[in-house]
Design a protein. Structure first.
Length: 254
């Protein structure tokens, strides 16, 4: 539903701005690749796995995304060879995520956690491959097209899977659930992914992927400010490592 609503919003904007959809070379193929990998498989895997994997451990596992993007970019993008400084910065930022959520590492032995954690690693893998593919063949394609149509594909795929496997689960409508759905549709999907693909056109793929390190830090800060969660030395140290690693990578020239 999140992706379906976001698709409707973006298609309305595309019509208002007279954005032509499907006119560029490789555009429809990128819709399929992006819809299958970045949205359907990646999000489907994360949502399924988090039934058994603690959110902190999930954040650590998905934090391999920038590392994988760096490797795929080195292999597939001639303009993005591996840079030692960028690689070191990425590893420092990853270490920061591990420090922040280190307490959840002890929970990896729970029921189904090991299998679910292994499955969850598929999410950053396919997301990284999709991002590099868009970077390589998506030049000239409008970011609204790269966001809207793949989300539409994911909405169709997930609707089919929901009807097959979750038709017995009740749908609960409340102010909280509706508010969350609206926020995720507008700000967490339509706006976020349009900006993501716009950035991917103008910035190195390995630098754009650093968003995966910033997101958990923002989540922790939000928890401290609005949910009265404790601000521990572990969180401060991990946050400092993430910020330092991202800054070190972003300024890399070699």
């Amino acid at each position: 539903m999140r992706f379906a609503i976001a698709t409707v919003i973006l298609l309305a904007i595309a019509k208002a701005l007279k954005v032509r959809l499907g006119a560029e070379p490789h555009e429809k193929r990128l819709w399929l690749v992006n819809g299958a990998l970045f949205f359907s498989v990646s999000y489907g895997v994360v949502y399924w796995s988090e039934q058994y994997v603690p959110s902190g451990l999930a954040a650590i596992l998905f934090a391999t995304f920038p590392i994988l993007v760096t490797l795929f970019a080195h292999l597939l993008l001639p303009g993005e060879p591996f840079r030692v400084r960028a690689g070191l910065g990425t590893l420092v930022a990853f270490a920061g995520i591990v420090v922040i959520f280190s307490e959840d590492l002890a929970k990896i032995g729970g029921p189904k956690t090991e299998v679910a954690a292994a499955v969850l690693l598929l999410s950053p893998l396919v997301s990284a491959l999709s991002s590099v593919t868009v970077k390589k063949w998506g030049a000239g394609i409008h970011p609204i097209s790269l966001a809207a149509m793949p989300m539409a594909i994911a909405a169709l795929v997930m609707t089919g899977l929901a009807l097959l496997f979750e038709r017995d689960r009740p749908v609960v409508w409340s102010k909280a659930s509706i508010g969350s759905l609206v926020y995720l549709s507008v700000f967490g999907s339509a706006l976020t992914f349009t900006l993501y693909y716009w950035l991917l056109r103008h910035v190195r793929a390995s630098h754009v992927a650093l968003i995966a390190y910033v997101t958990p830090v923002v989540a922790v800060v939000t928890g401290v400010l609005f949910l009265n969660e404790p601000l521990t030395r572990r969180v401060l140290l991990g946050g400092a490592l993430v910020i330092a690693g991202v800054a070190f990578t972003a300024k890399s020239r070699y």
